[in-house]
Design a binder for this molecule. Structure first.
Ligand SMILES: [Zn+2]
Length: 475
């Protein structure tokens, strides 16, 4: 939602425009609060995420106190030297320093991860995280609330330490187990219906048990998927794949449809804070919990996947939050748009905002993006999805026509100037001709007079010589 404020206050006529930042962007990933093209949630710009992660890490010196057990590890000495050299910086800031690249490149990634896992105490992190609440989905918000409670209960500890406490870890683990058990009960009811559907049409004398066996094997695999997969993307298609052999054995097309509907009615496991906590502690270092709250970072999504020679250019990209992008995989857009009706809607919503930024001059280098990305989306969606860019093109035409008219006016004005100058020039040239003629005449006069002067001088000289000679003669 864009806040509207009246602009052009000095006129009586009010025009309403979105509140655009003063900055002009050169990358869509820097536009604040842009909705994700898939889930439609507001996204964090890249820098905000970077800044945040830098802020929740204490200075390197403090971290090293907690890493005493790594004292013998190669690279610890380097860290100590760096900590002394930069007593006010944390590991992220130090790693960014160009002048220390030679040193920091020698550090083992494992050691660097250990240092980066150290955050400030829980209450400080919660305080900093509060600012990003608007970027959290419902699960992240639930997780945030749980973490807030822990921060209050253990104010002197980091989340790394809190979540690793056995009583806390076990509590969440139990919650996950209970959820999985409930899922299994629900799934079992559907499995029973499937069993009845596949057996009733078979005559007893046929006593074909093979289909029941195939069904049982498939059910085990399906149960495993349901329990562990919190990702909805393409789930029903995946499950249909598992039941492929069962479906092939069903004779009546109506029963095939019924069976497919049963697949769809299988329970889904939801992504919930307990699962996130357990997975984080089990699979990553517990600081990773922060990333689950910061999973709405604006990322570039290749419409035509890289693996299928999709290019990196703007024309091949829309923008997804890191969460959606991580889940997407390489499902073709033709399927994506069918499976998620909101995807098309949100892609249009995002593109419309981007187009407004281009038209307002707030995004440079993207003038051809709308028509190019429209083409890519149309091709990759199997000619289903047509991005609406009419309004953009109309405004672009208007903008260029206006600027063309202005240029034309300027051209006419300068042409007049040239003509006026030409006239002026002709006059000056004529004037110069006259002046030149005058000048020539003056020069000739000068020459004549000079000659005359020389002549007279010569006469005087001759005359003088004549006098001298005559005197000498007279002597
Ligand atoms: Zn998203």
């Amino acid at each position: 939602m864009i806040n509207v404020i009246p602009v052009s206050r000095n006129t009586n006529q009010l025009t309403f425009e979105g509140r655009y930042p003063n900055k002009v962007f050169s990358d869509v990933r820097d536009i604040p609060n842009l909705p994700c093209a898939k889930c439609g949630q507001k996204m964090l710009v890249r820098m905000e995420d970077q800044n945040f992660l830098t802020k929740i890490r204490p200075v390197l010196k403090t971290c090293l106190k907690k890493l005493k057990k790594f004292q013998k590890v190669k690279g610890y000495k380097i860290l100590e030297q760096l900590a002394n050299k930069y007593p006010k910086d944390n590991i992220d800031k130090i790693l960014q320093k160009e002048e220390e690249k030679e040193q920091t490149n020698l550090l083992s990634p494992k050691l660097v991860n250990e240092v980066r896992a150290i955050t400030y105490n829980a209450p400080f992190v919660i305080k900093k995280l509060g600012k990003y609440r608007k970027y959290m989905d419902s699960t992240a918000l639930e997780l945030f609330d749980i973490l807030s409670v822990y921060a209050e209960k253990y104010p002197k500890m980091t989340f790394n330490e809190i979540l690793s406490k056995s009583e806390i870890f076990n509590f969440h683990k139990e919650a996950v187990l209970l959820e999985k058990a409930a899922l299994e009960v629900k799934a079992q009811r559907i499995f029973d219906k499937m069993s009845i559907l596949t057996s009733k049409k078979h005559s007893p004398q046929n006593s074909d048990n093979s289909i029941q066996e195939t069904l049982t094997i498939a059910n085990c695999e399906v149960l495993r998927i349901i329990k562990n997969n919190t990702n909805d993307d393409g789930r029903d298609l995946l499950l249909e794949q598992v039941y492929k052999n069962v479906l092939a054995d069903i004779q009546n097309p109506k029963d095939v449809e019924k069976f497919k509907n049963l697949i769809k009615s299988l329970p889904k496991s939801s992504s919930n804070p307990h699962r996130i906590i357990v997975n984080t502690v089990q699979n990553e270092s517990p600081h990773g919990i922060i990333y689950h709250l910061m999973n709405k970072i604006n990322t570039f999504e290749h419409i035509k996947p890289k693996s299928q020679k999709g290019e990196n250019g703007k024309h091949n990209g829309i923008y997804l939050c890191s969460d959606c992008n991580n889940k997407r995989g390489t499902t073709p857009y033709s399927e994506e748009f069918t499976m998620f009706p909101d995807f098309a809607k949100n892609t249009q919503k995002q593109a419309s905002i981007v187009m407004r930024y281009i038209l307002r001059g707030k995004l440079t280098g993207y003038d051809y993006y709308p028509q190019e990305v429209k083409k890519t989306l149309y091709e990759e969606s199997g000619h289903i999805f047509k991005l609406d860019i009419k309004k953009y093109l109309k405004e672009q035409i208007k903008k260029y026509t206006d600027s063309l008219n202005k240029t034309r006016e300027r051209f006419q004005k300068s042409r007049e100037d040239v003509n006026n100058n030409k006239k002026e020039l002709t006059k000056l040239q004529q004037k110069q001709k006259i002046l030149k003629r005058k000048n020539k005449k003056n020069y000739e006069d000068l020459k004549k007079q000079k000659n005359k002067l020389e002549e007279i001088k010569q006469i005087l000289k001759d005359d003088n010589n004549f006098g001298e000679d005559s005197t000498r003669v007279l002597e």
